[in-house]
Design a protein around this ligand. Structure first.
Ligand SMILES: Cc1cc2nc3c(=O)[nH]c(=O)nc-3n(C[C@H](O)[C@H](O)[C@H](O)COP(=O)(O)O)c2cc1C
Length: 168
């Protein structure tokens, strides 16, 4: 027999999306987003509150990358979700993440995370906090591939967020 738990924003698996952007001086910032997913063939939807530094930068640069958190980097993935660059200018230095510019968009890729989407901003709606991006490229480290272009989930070890217990 099922027990009713009420209206919640819970889904399983819930992703650990690490959004990375440059600011107007090309300093990189990143944040953790659990509320997001594929909208259709080449578009992704993420829900970002307007006060986040990352969102301000996305609106300036009109581009961002979305890496998927992995088990190896759980501490850094969580860190970028609990500290804001609005409060700590050394956020990224403290996170331990390093960045390389993406080839196809004006956004940083996180060196430590092996899988990422390169996205262009399509729209942002402040009322719903819905940020819609066009996926212009997917890139992955060779060491998580088992054939050309195929991701090996065992090697990748993507993180799953548990929204009910606030854990990974
Ligand atoms: C597991 C996890 C999931 C999160 N999901 C979201 C989300 O879906 N949308 C959002 O706006 N903030 C989310 N946050 C909060 C931001 O990541 C957090 O406020 C971050 O510090 C913002 O950084 P910034 O101001 O440097 O951009 C999440 C945080 C954690 C730890």
């Amino acid at each position: 027999m099922k027990k009713n738990l009420g209206a919640k924003s819970w889904i399983y698996p819930e992703p650990v999306l690490i959004i990375a952007v440059y600011d107007e001086n090309n300093n990189a910032n990143a944040m953790n987003v659990a509320w997001g997913g594929i909208a259709d063939e080449n578009r992704i939807s993420i829900c970002i509150s307007p006060e986040h530094k990352t969102l301000k930068n996305i609106l300036v640069k009109k581009a961002f990358s979305i890496s998927i958190g992995d088990v190896k980097n759980v501490v850094a993935c969580d860190f970028v979700g609990i500290v804001s660059a609005n409060d700590d200018v050394d956020k990224m230095k403290k996170s331990g993440f390093h960045f390389t510019k993406a080839k196809n968009v004006e956004a940083p890729l996180i060196d430590e995370l092996p899988f990422a989407l390169e996205c262009k901003l399509i729209s942002y709606d402040e009322k719903s906090c819905c940020c819609l991006g066009e996926i212009v490229n997917v890139c992955a480290d060779e060491n998580i591939l088992h054939h050309v272009g195929k991701i090996d989930l065992i090697k990748f070890e993507p993180l799953i967020y548990d929204p009910c217990n606030h854990d990974y």
